[in-house]
Each structure stands twice: as C-alpha cells, then as structure tokens.
Design a protein around this ligand. Sequence first.
Ligand code: FAD
Length: 296
Amino acid sequence: MASFPVVEENVALARYTTIGTGGPARWFARPETVDELHELLRWASERELPLEVIGLGSNLLVHDAGVEALVEKLSGELATAHVDGETLVMGGGAANAVGLHRARAAGLGGFEFASAIPGTAGGGVRMNAGAYGVEWRDVLIDAVIVDAFGPRTVSVEELGLSYRHSNLAPGQVVAGVRFRLQPSTPEAVKERAASLLAQRKATQPTNKRTFGSVFKNPGGGPGAGRMIESCGLKGHGIGGAIVSPRHANFIENAGSATTADCIAVMAEARRRVREQFGVELEHEVQFLGPLELPPL
Ligand SMILES: Cc1cc2nc3c(=O)[nH]c(=O)nc-3n(C[C@H](O)[C@H](O)[C@H](O)COP(=O)(O)OP(=O)(O)OC[C@H]3O[C@@H](n4cnc5c(N)ncnc54)[C@H](O)[C@@H]3O)c2cc1C
C-alpha cells in the first residue's frame, strides 16, 4: 500500500507564490509519487474537502484570509525530469527550468520557449502556458492526470488546450507530462534560451515580485498591457501593489502588497480600460480562495 503524505494545517502560502501575498492553506500536503497523490485525493474526496494544487505559484493570487481547502504541492519524484530518446518526461511539479536543463544536456531542442516561464510542467498544462508563439499544446504528447479514481493518461486533444485554457476539472491534478522535442545541440539550446531571456528582460519586470500577465490579451485589438498603459496607469499604486512601470500588464509587489491591493489595482485597470476602450478584460492570473473582481 502507498505511504500517505503528511497533511499539515494552516501553512502560509505567500512564500509559495511569486508575488508573495496571501494567507494560509487550511490543509497542505506534498505527495511525492502518483500512488501517494491518489491516496491523498481519495482521502480528501471521502471527507469532501475542496482541493487545490499549486506549482511554483507564478500565476496565482491567494486570498489574504487563506484557503479553506487541501492544497497540494507535488514534490519528490513528481518534481523530477528526465529524457527518454527524443521525449522529455517531467513530473507535474517539475520546474520548467529543470526540464530545459535536462533537454539541453541531452541535446534536444524545442523547449527553450519555456525557459523564462517560471512555472511547472503541470501548471503549464493547466494554463496552456506559452511564449514567443509556442504553447504547451504544440510540444505536448500527453499527460498523466490523477483524481480520486486514480491515474489515467490523457492525450493533448482531450486536454482541450487553447489560449491560457485547458479543460481540466477541479480536483484533477497533472502528475506527469511528456513533451516531444527534436535533436539539437547543447550549445544551440543554450544560445536560443539566452536570447529569449534577454528579449524578456528588455521588456518585462523580471527582477520584481509579480505573477506574470495579469489579464489575457483580447483577440484582435491592442494587448491588455498597451491598453492599460494608454489609460496612464503605469506606476499607479494601491497599497503595496503597483502597475509595473516596465510593462503595464504586470503588477509588482513593491514591498508590502496584500492580495487585496492587487485586486484593487486590477479592478481599477479593468474599469479604466472598459471606459476608454469598451473592452472587458478577463484575468489570466488564477485565484485561490474566495476572490473575485468587482463587477464593471
Ligand atoms: C515573471 C513571469 C513571467 C511569466 N511569463 C509567462 C509567459 O511568458 N507565458 C505564460 O504562459 N505564463 C507566464 N507566466 C505565468 C506563469 O509562469 C505560467 O502560467 C505557469 O505555467 C504557471 O505555472 P505554475 O506551476 O507556477 O502554476 P501556479 O501559478 O502554481 O498555478 C496556476 C494554475 O495552475 C494550476 N496548477 C498548478 N499545478 C498544477 C498541476 N500539477 N495540476 C493541475 N493544475 C495545476 C493551479 O491550481 C492554478 O490554477 C509568467 C509569470 C511570471 C512571474
């Protein structure tokens, strides 16, 4: 029988998010294998506990009062990566940087786009993360999804990936991911990743605490950042949260931000963009706990 992970209570989540805000998880566990994850999900289901999963918290806002749920953070073998032929095999909790490191060492290209996305393989599936014209769905073969009924392998088509969207249901956890890569050389991979990172540093606040893109880019017209900037909001702050002076679709934690400050800045940006452009921005950042934006 699989070992059962320790379930801790009232664990602070702010340190597990890149923005560094938010309250505690009522219950928190770090499953290390698919069997442990399955046991944990079954245990939670029997008790009807709500479930949440976090990766590197790089697209997350957690309610300041915390989350009344069992929050899982995949660890151990669920956070490792290796190469098998031309396939990059990653645990759902493995950091993209680790995946890129393994691919580079094996001389495989095609994952460089993910090097500057500071999340995990599983978080990338949930968000269909992407950059520089490449998304998870372009390189994904399949994923192992675990819920209270057990693990199953799901094809990329079944995951229904589109712009920052997947059809994963609540309680479904991505435990493993396989990516199809191509032969390259370690030097070429390194060079490509470095060049993409340099482009990013030139335009985004990479050295600040943020949660990545705040809003999705609406199709067709200008991007969310361009519209927020046109409203004169760059540098606009509420409490400790400010619209990044470098890129207006980022919110920076200027030191003492709360999640409520971030939500207030988001609400103001949405209101002003709706007023000036008639566009209703949809948030890309994911919410943990009873968070919502005020109606427009
Ligand atoms: C500086 C910066 C730059 C960024 N640039 C980009 C970019 O270019 N492109 C882009 O797409 N994103 C970008 N992001 C956002 C973020 O990195 C991605 O969305 C990333 O894929 C989130 O991964 P994560 O593991 O941190 O997920 P988290 O932020 O921890 O969680 C995000 C969502 O995924 C769910 N989730 C996490 N792990 C799992 C799992 N194993 N199974 C099921 N659900 C899971 C969570 O429940 C939540 O709903 C950026 C963020 C930052 C801070």
